[in-house]
Design a protein around this ligand. Structure first.
Ligand SMILES: [Zn+2]
Ligand SMILES: [Zn+2]
Length: 266
């Protein structure tokens, strides 16, 4: 099976294309499963307005649009309704409430260490600060301990601004914490194709970070490929998909083709 659980919509303010356009691209690319996982809305108590995610009042429209695509294409492709969310302990209840609204799964994308209102972006915080690296890993571990998350999106986001030579002992220890907690939670770690595309376009230290993936191979933690499509066209890039698959299998990873929700029924 060919499955991708990581796709966005323009509600996050940095993606393009309607749900229908993502579905058409997924069909053309031969996907059996397409999961929408736009950046989750947060009901920030401070009144802070995020520039990288939908506002809470846009959630209904998102649910409606994905549901309509699901219905329209039910005989052609399995479509899932999810969200990509950080784990912010102070807003954990909000994730549980959105589950009741029909959100089927969450991808953990820890873009900020704690709430974006008053906490730095992970990649900036971890650029040169080993204590922040540790805090990032501990947050991922705590998030996975809640059982709310289906997988860890770009687990190596903490290395996004670190030059390769600064993959030090602290970075290894963080990688260990992430892998151990993923294994305990029974969830895979994501090899992110949007990041791979960014690297091809010249972003030097972007994830997927080779040193990270080489280092964690010893954990035998299952991996999964996430397109992280912010445009429908990225779903059509078969060469990128093949490159990700080759990188993972070359390092000895078991690559999951699907999440448990798409396991065949007994
Ligand atoms: Zn995004
Ligand atoms: Zn994403």
């Amino acid at each position: 099976m060919k499955c991708n659980y990581h796709a966005h919509t323009p509600r996050c303010k940095h993606a393009a294309g309607t749900a229908e356009e993502y579905v058409q691209a997924a069909l053309q690319a031969g996907f059996d499963v397409l999961g929408f996982s736009d950046h989750t809305p947060w009901p920030y108590r401070s009144g802070y307005v995020s520039g990288i995610r939908m506002a809470p009042e846009e959630l209904d429209g998102y649910i409606e649009e994905v549901r309509a695509a699901q219905e329209a294409h039910r005989d052609e492709i399995t479509i899932h309704l999810g969200l990509e969310a950080e784990y912010y302990p102070r807003y954990e209840d909000h994730l549980r409430r959105m589950r009741e609204r029909g959100i089927g799964y969450y991808l953990l994308g820890q873009h900020a260490i704690d709430s974006e209102e008053d906490s730095p972006w992970t990649s900036q915080a971890c650029e040169a600060d080993d204590d922040m690296v540790r805090r990032y890993a501990d947050t991922v571990a705590r998030a996975l301990g809640t059982g709310l998350f289906a997988y860890v999106a770009h687990p190596d986001i903490y290395l996004r601004r670190r030059p390769a030579e600064r993959f030090n002992r602290a970075c290894e220890e963080a990688a260990d914490i992430i892998c151990q907690s993923a294994l305990e939670a029974g969830v895979p770690v994501e090899y992110n194709l949007l990041g791979l595309d960014c690297r091809h376009r010249g972003e030097v230290n972007c994830y997927p970070v080779d040193a990270f993936w080489q280092y964690i191979a010893k954990w035998h933690v299952p991996a999964i490929i996430g397109v992280d499509a912010h445009q429908p066209a990225l779903l059509l890039n078969q060469a990128l998909w093949d490159e990700g698959m080759a990188a993972l299998t070359g390092l000895g990873f078991t690559v999951l083709d699907r999440l448990p929700m798409d396991a065949p029924r007994a």
